[in-house]
Design a protein around this ligand. Structure first.
Ligand code: AMP
Ligand code: MG
Length: 288
């Protein structure tokens, strides 16, 4: 069953279709009957992802942008640590987007984003993204409606521009329940090592859970295209979250089919140079 499971098709939000998040089980296990199978799958997928990413980097033509959005404590950091961060850092960068600085806020909302998009051969991972400008900004009323509403078109045009340049875009929403979120907030209180993560804003955002749901509905409906699809990933089970994202990422890289560049030298000439260098070294040693 796992062999024929189409990860992209299963989790993808179809263009122009909204998503009723309440209808998607946050504890869903996808094609996996148990945790051990999911973990083994993730390990295999990561190995192949590493191989394909190496080819992408050396090919240096296409690029990949991975966008992560989620409620607080849904596991963006864990996903980066366990799966996405396993790619070679030489060809992969992670960018966290926080409340805009004064300089960033003095520009259009895509200015800071565009600067972090991946060059040819590279992968960029966005921990939060330009979608905050139609999510947090909308829900927290940081800009009037006529400002944020126009941004859906700006975002679609921007992502189309990136796609035209050879950038594949994958956008993941990590879907957790309010119960699971509260359990994870509790772990943060109980574990001193996690105290640095505590903020009161987590609780403020939680109070506006339904407003965020509404804002995400519009994001999924207006901004999931074939070139830049959204994926809704049930994330109460961390192992499932990791496996589903690894499956989608591996399949996408397979489709991109990056190729090692062909040698643009005369191999016979290189072999002659090598033989001469080796002989020169031997003569130097025998002369001592
Ligand atoms: P964290 O990712 O948990 O460190 O939190 C970053 C905070 O920055 C979140 O509360 C986001 O909602 C907020 N944030 C990120 N981008 C924006 C933005 N463009 N406008 C307003 N708030 C933002
Ligand atoms: Mg946080």
């Amino acid at each position: 069953m796992l062999d024929d499971f189409d990860f992209i098709d299963h989790y993808r939000v179809c263009p122009d279709k909204g998503v009723d998040l309440d209808a998607i089980d946050t504890r869903d296990k996808g094609p996996f009957d148990k945790r051990k199978r999911g973990e083994a799958f993730t390990r295999d997928a990561i190995e192949e992802i590493q191989h394909l990413q190496y080819q992408l980097f050396t090919e240096s033509k296409q690029s990949l942008l991975i966008v992560l959005q989620a409620p607080d404590a849904a596991g963006k950091d864990g996903l980066i640590r366990k799966v996405l961060g396993q790619m070679n850092p030489q060809g992969c960068r992670t960018y966290p987007f926080k409340v805009p600085t004064a300089l960033q806020a003095a520009h259009d909302f895509l200015w800071r984003i565009h600067a972090c998009t991946p060059a040819a051969g590279m992968v960029s991972i966005f921990n939060r993204s330009h979608y905050e400008d139609v999510l947090a900004v909308r829900v927290e009323k940081l800009a009037p409606e006529e400002v944020w509403r126009r941004r859906f078109d700006h975002i679609n045009n921007f992502e189309e521009l990136l796609a035209d340049r050879g950038t594949r875009i994958l956008k993941f929403y990590l879907h957790i329940s309010p119960e699971e979120q509260l359990d994870r907030f509790r772990d943060r209180i109980d574990e001193p090592e996690k105290h640095w993560k505590l903020t009161t804003s987590d609780y403020q955002a939680r109070e506006r859970w339904d407003c965020y749901r509404e804002a995400y509905y519009d994001v999924f409906e207006k901004c999931s295209s074939d070139a830049a699809p959204w994926f809704v990933i049930p994330a109460d089970r961390k192992w499932h979250r990791n496996a589903a994202v690894a499956g989608i990422l591996r399949e996408t890289l397979r489709q991109m089919d990056p190729q090692l560049p062909k040698a643009d030298v005369d191999l016979d000439q290189i072999k002659r140079l090598y033989a001469a260098a080796k002989e020169e070294l031997q003569q130097r040693h025998s002369g001592k």
